[in-house]
Design a protein around this ligand. Structure first.
Ligand SMILES: Nc1ncnc2c1ncn2[C@@H]1O[C@H](COP(=O)(O)OP(=O)(O)O)[C@@H](O)[C@H]1O
Ligand SMILES: [Mg+2]
Length: 291
């Protein structure tokens, strides 16, 4: 009887002891993640500082993720100011990875990337390069603030200037459709917005930066036809002062606007040309138009 009594009073404590292992495991995971994070090699900061981008050339570029087989090889692409250069291909073919390599997120094994026909991308001072480029990534990040906060991202600007930028580029009409116009609070992760609306904010955000090299990764994929036409016309307008790299698996937009289309197929570039040239052979691009 006495033993039962003791066991009875000990049981809750033993149960508590078992529960302690959960926070300990969580702490262990958090510690490991932190360790992983702090052991990431720091980005190189030295190098040649540049103040303009006229061209970016990829020559015989091959890439694999650590422990994976080669994603693509012998990729040759020339991106130039004044032109819209597009890359198309099935999902998973490596288009976004090329966009990320151009942002210097990954090192590559073979080949070169040359800026202005002069400097190896890896030898350029990262800050000076990043100042000149603008990116709309596939996964847009929207913060819980209003539309203007999401365009400025903390940059100080007068209301007058931002409104004159939005009017000049034609964005105002889009943002005026939102419940409180530019003052609309977009909600945590832009919950109050459609994906197409997030994309138009992302486009305004990147163009506000007046980039010289623009990387757009499926940046118009969720826009309705009119909004997409508006965006493409806008790209055409800024093109004389910008090198545009347009990643897409939606092909109908490219017919009129792309100067050169690269087709990434079976781990390499299979064909290159403008719409008419690509239509002359059978490839991922021309097959789309035949369906
Ligand atoms: N960080 C990563 N580590 C390993 N594999 C990755 C990583 N990022 C993407 N991949 C893989 O690389 C391939 C190409 O991805 P991605 O460049 O996103 O293709 P696309 O943009 O053409 O759809 C996919 O199979 C994807 O799963
Ligand atoms: Mg992608």
């Amino acid at each position: 009887m006495a033993i039962l009594g003791i066991v009875g009073s000990l049981l809750p404590s033993i149960a508590n002891l078992a529960l302690i292992s959960i926070p300990i495991n969580e702490a262990k995971i958090a510690f490991n993640r932190m360790f992983e994070f702090t052991s990431i090699e720091k980005e190189k900061e030295e190098g040649v500082s540049i103040d303009e981008i006229k061209s970016v050339s990829l020559t015989n570029l091959s890439f694999r993720f650590a422990g994976r087989s080669e994603l693509f090889s012998n990729v040759n692409i020339k991106i130039e100011k004044g032109k819209l250069t597009a890359i198309v291909g099935e999902s998973g073919s490596g288009k976004s990875t090329i966009g990320q390599i151009l942002q210097r997120f990954y090192n590559f094994e073979k080949g070169t990337i040359t800026v202005n026909n002069k400097y190896q991308l890896s030898k350029i001072e990262l800050q000076s390069y990043r100042k000149l480029i603008g990116v709309v990534p596939q996964g847009i990040i929207i913060f819980n603030g209003n539309v203007i906060d999401n365009i400025l991202l903390g940059a100080t600007e007068t209301t007058e200037n931002i409104i004159s930028f939005l009017t000049e580029y034609g964005f105002e009409a889009y943002f005026n459709q939102l419940p409180q116009g530019l003052a609309t609070i977009v909600g945590e992760e832009g919950i109050n917005l459609s994906w197409g609306q997030k994309q138009i904010i992302a486009l305004a955000r990147v163009l506000y930066k007046k980039p010289q090299f623009l990387i757009l990764d499926e940046a118009t994929s969720a826009m309705d036809r009119n909004t997409e036409n508006f965006s493409m016309a806008l790209l055409d307008k800024i093109k004389p002062n910008c090198a545009i790299f347009f990643i897409s698996h939606r092909l109908n937009t490219l017919k009129k606007i792309a100067d050169t289309i690269y087709v990434l197929e079976n781990g390499t570039l299979s064909t290159t040309g403008n719409h008419e040239e690509l239509m002359e052979t059978t490839n991922f691009y021309s097959e789309y138009w035949q369906d």
